[in-house]
Design a protein around this ligand. Sequence first.
Ligand SMILES: [Zn+2]
Length: 399
Amino acid sequence: MIIDEVLDRQMAAQPKEVFYCKRCVNSNQRPRLKFNAEGICDACQYADEKHHIIDWKAREALLRALLDKHGSRDGRYDVIVPGSGGKDSGYVTHQLKYVYGMHPLTVTWTPHMFTDIGWKNLQGFIDSGFDNILFRPNNILHRKISRLALELLGDSFEGWSYGMKAFPLHLAIRYQIPLIFYGENQAAEYGGLVESKYKSHDLFSDWVHVAYKGQRGVDTLIEKGLQHGRFTKKEIEDNAATIALYKLPALDQIEKLGLESHWLSYYKKWVPQENYYYAQKYCGFEPNPEGRSEGTYSKYASLDDKTDGFHFYMQFIKFGFGRCTSEASMEIRCGHITRKEAVALVRKYDGEFPKRYFTEYLQYLNITEEEFWRIVDKFRPPHLWQKVNNQWRLKYQVE
Ligand SMILES: [Zn+2]
């Protein structure tokens, strides 16, 4: 039995007319993406600034000042870097430690199911000289949360993402480390909420209040799980310590520590392909030996979790664009490919079904194939999808 309710709120806010950026292949269905009068998306507008206007030397001076303020003189940990040893966290950690003399503690909120290459890359990362805490929440609980997230929000990753955001903050408080460094500001680099492009970091006081409001926190998933008999009350009570890690710490604890969470992409020009070469050279990073990831043409991004493909597939169902759209758009903005090449790539790979780990994914979530497809169909917006000869087809495609 699946739950019929839909709690996703982004989908209702989607514009009903679909169009694409004139310069990259971003769709206006990307949540919060804005366009200027010439039909150029905010990520492309930011890219102009990034490549032509921003004074990166001045930004680096700001970085040095920030790190000078936080750097420990006695070797204590002075910065937390969340990540799983992929190309981006490899680049960030190596830079902070070896170029800027920081003492990073790296933290991994475990993928649902490590891929072989993801596990190998995490080992390679630690072997290149970094301390790492790998946290694995109770997997009976986590699998149920992931299933509820798929059924109610159309993305099994949502439950995971609560912990991924909150856990580094809990660790910062526990170890009294007031600085967290992330790699890219996704909103600026890929589009949506691009006002944040002028910010080096988000203020927690702004962020905490919105982060778990409304329908999207772990509490809502648990409440629905209780209603539908997926959890017992006792199970929830007994796992209170684990559940607390999916929620942000109290704001007063964050403020007492003076915790700040910065994006390296504010201080240094962010080029994913160069991070890949860098991580390969210094952090034992290897691309996927099985070749390109399903749903796109790249073989070095988002490799660590067997369920990754389903996150991007559901994004394709809900918003009509997949991971190839995001990656190809980024490469246009970096000047690596033309728009024409990107359109061809998107038409070839976007929305490709991630069949490689499908059986394991179904087992992990404890759902049948039939239930999976019923959930998928629940999340197809009628303005994006139509049935042609009994097959679902997108009404619009980039051209
Ligand atoms: Zn664009």
